[in-house]
Design a protein around this ligand. Structure first.
Ligand SMILES: C=CC1=C(C)c2cc3[nH]c(cc4nc(cc5[nH]c(cc1n2)c(C)c5CCC(=O)O)C(CCC(=O)O)=C4C)c(C)c3C=C
Ligand code: FE2
Length: 446
């Protein structure tokens, strides 16, 4: 690979990339309130940290079942509304942690079983996002507890639980063929991928995001527990270090390649942009899924040993951005607009095969997606000693064709391909949010 060995204009005087300043001067998160406000959780928007929104999002502690406060004092954390026009966990400012799982419906499960499970999942999910235990009979010594218990005493951690349905759910098993969202079909084969069936597909997916990994895991575990006999877990992924900002109010995080990731992501607070690119709109014949979205997941392994031996100039050319500041190679500050026409010595400053050139909306007829991925690790490869890990890519869009269009270009031409491989995949229709009194079972089956 060639390198322009570009020097980061935002680097310190000694040439060390200065990775600390946020050029946009984004505000620091509000201090966490320690006050305990039980009960009333209003219809306000999601909030980062514990700042109370004017719309009434309240603070809550996890219900310990005995009414006592969390151990160690009165720790409080923000909750995110479970109900609304759209499911939480899409436009919600990204939490720090992810637990993502897919499930297949068991062979002998019926339509009624699935509908009942989705109704039970709704009640459990709503309770858990409020920091409460999964509802049910308590204290019966002759039956297993309704909640597995490991989140008792933890704060809600901005938990969101987002559900999605895979293409297989709309086959002839449950009478759902006539309700299949028009864009939902298996993704086509894409260049360079090497998909492992063990981390690909599923009839249903559950994305649990929270600022505490135990809260996120507890959510998926309890849905799995409720699903005994009706659904079987297919695969599960834990994510850390969110790799995308979904709001410029969040400092841009770094991925495992050390680059700021999410700089030019969609600002999920912009309803106009979300309406054009992310939410399924009026053009969708299946009314029940309007206001929803499509979730595409890709488990992307990074060849970290190769990457860590690559020169800084090469690394920057791969993305078309400076590693320190995150600025485009044609700019000085992170949020400068890339100049894809700029040349130096007859060659593009942002190389032909740079990741951002190939993925940018300017070069893809305005196409945009909302990225909401996380880093993952699977430990080490025992035969080689290599680190196993990379990006668990999640993106939301109003048609999976958007992802296919982008990935056809990236998979064929991206300089990043030398260092990554797509090893897992999923596509799911994400229904809209639930109104008061509605549940996932009735929403799906009509
Ligand atoms: C098909 C969509 C995409 C895949 C797959 C993908 C993989 C991938 N990306 C990075 C790191 C970065 N991506 C960045 C920008 C960026 N990436 C995509 C799409 C996919 N990325 C888009 C649409 C964009 C925005 C392009 C633009 O408008 O300029 C960046 C730059 C910072 C940013 O804007 O977010 C980084 C860094 C990795 C490591 C990766 C697979 C492992
Ligand atoms: Fe990317």
């Amino acid at each position: 690979m060639t390198s322009s060995s570009s020097h980061d204009p935002a680097a310190g005087a000694d040439g060390t990339p200065d990775i600390t300043p946020d050029p946009a001067g984004h505000p620091a998160p509000a201090p966490v309130s320690r006050r305990r406000l039980l009960g009333a959780v209003g219809a306000g928007a999601a909030v980062a940290g514990a700042a109370l929104g004017a719309g009434g999002t309240a603070l809550a502690t996890r219900d310990s079942g005995s009414g006592s406060a969390a151990p160690g004092g009165e720790a409080a954390a923000a909750t995110v509304d479970f109900r609304g026009a759209h499911q939480a966990g899409i436009a919600t400012p990204s939490q720090d942690r992810l637990c993502f799982a897919t499930f297949d419906v068991a062979q002998n499960a019926t339509r009624a079983d699935l509908a009942a499970l989705l109704t039970a999942w709704t009640a459990a999910a709503e309770a858990m996002t409020l920091g409460r235990q999964v509802p049910g009979d308590e204290g019966d010594l002759n039956t297993p507890p309704d909640d597995t218990g490991e989140a008792v005493g933890l704060t809600p951690g901005r938990l969101t639980i987002t559900i999605g349905y895979g293409p297989g759910l709309f086959d002839d098993r449950f009478g759902l063929a006539a309700r299949r969202p028009s864009g939902l079909r298996p993704l086509p084969a894409l260049p360079g991928e090497n998909l492992d069936p063990a981390v690909t597909g599923g009839d249903l997916c559950v994305q649990a995001c929270a600022d505490d990994p135990q809260v996120a895991f507890h959510a998926v575990r309890n849905l799995r527990r409720l699903g005994f006999g009706t659904v079987l877990p297919r695969w599960m992924e834990l994510g850390f270090g969110r790799t995308s900002s979904t709001s410029p109010q969040q400092a841009t995080p770094r991925n495992l390649m050390g680059f700021k990731d999410g700089t030019r992501n969609i600002d999920a607070r912009d309803e106009n942009v979300m309406g054009r690119h992310v939410w399924i709109g009026e053009e969708e014949p299946q009314r029940w899924v309007r206001g929803g979205s499509y979730l595409v997941s890709r488990k992307i392994k990074m060849r970290m040993e190769q990457w860590d031996r690559d020169r800084l100039g090469d690394q920057q050319d791969v993305f078309g951005r400076y590693k320190g500041s995150g600025a485009p190679l044609t700019g000085h500050r992170e949020f400068d607009t890339p100049d894809f026409a700029a040349k130096s010595g007859g060659a593009y400053v942002i190389p032909d095969d740079a990741h951002i050139r190939l993925a940018a909306p300017e070069n893809n007829k305005g196409l945009r997606i909302l990225r909401r991925g996380y880093s993952y690790t699977d430990g080490i490869d025992k035969t080689t000693g290599d680190l196993l890990g990379g990006l668990f890519f999640i993106a939301f869009m109003n048609s999976p064709d958007r992802f296919v269009t982008l990935q056809r270009v990236l998979g064929a031409h991206d300089a990043l391909n030398e260092y990554i491989q797509h090893i897992g995949s999923g596509v799911f229709a994400v229904p809209p949010g639930l109104a008061a009194g509605q549940d996932w079972g009735r929403q799906l089956f009509g």
